[in-house]
Ligand binder design. Structure first.
Ligand code: NI
Length: 182
């Protein structure tokens, strides 16, 4: 089932998230998230973006594999993730977000990270990610911390996107996928 994607201005995107437990309904919810992500042609989706204040996100890098080969077949589920290390080395990529349609801005973030998380079977992993994989993960992790990527852009760029953000929050902007707005 395709879920509506909550757009900027929806309170759930600014709420703290809670750790989740393995329930019979969770597998179906995750399957719905993948279906939602695929139809929206995105590369990552966090639970708050579909209305749940939970510590869960999924990634599917196949959409970006042409530009970033490390993203080919990078399709994963991250449950109760914990960012335990970030590199001093930073890099800049242009980011967008399904909750912020029409906005794309350069964001500086650590190049390499170490993440502890549970997979779909609730098996714990501690794993290093780098390049665009690390980028997608950090963007999605931000959603669990009640951040969106425009929180991290330069002050000058913030003034440029302010009107766009306001328009989304006021329900004046739509998207080509199923969405929920004010
Ligand atoms: Ni996003």
């Amino acid at each position: 089932m395709i879920l509506p994607i909550y757009l900027y201005g929806q309170p759930v995107l600014r709420k703290p998230t809670e750790e989740i437990e393995n329930t019979p309904e969770l597998k179906q919810f995750i399957a719905d998230m993948y279906e939602t992500l695929t139809q929206a042609e995105g590369c990552g989706l966090a639970a708050p973006q579909v209305g749940k204040p939970w510590r869960l996100f999924i990634v599917d890098g196949n959409e970006l594999a042409e530009d970033y080969p490390e993203c080919k077949d990078f399709k994963r589920t991250f449950i109760n993730p914990e960012l335990i290390e970030v590199s001093e080395d930073k890099c800049t990529y242009s980011e967008g977000c399904l909750s912020l349609p029409g906005i794309s801005e350069k964001v500086v973030r650590p190049t390499t990270i170490v993440l502890r998380y549970l997979d779909e079977d609730f098996v714990e992993h501690e794993e290093e990610f780098t390049g665009f994989q690390a980028r997608i993960i950090q963007h999605e992790y931000d959603h669990l911390e009640a951040h969106v990527f425009t929180d991290r852009i330069s002050p000058i760029r913030k003034t440029f996107v302010r009107n766009k953000l306001t328009a989304i929050a006021k329900g004046k902007v739509g998207a080509k996928y199923k969405y929920k707005r004010n």
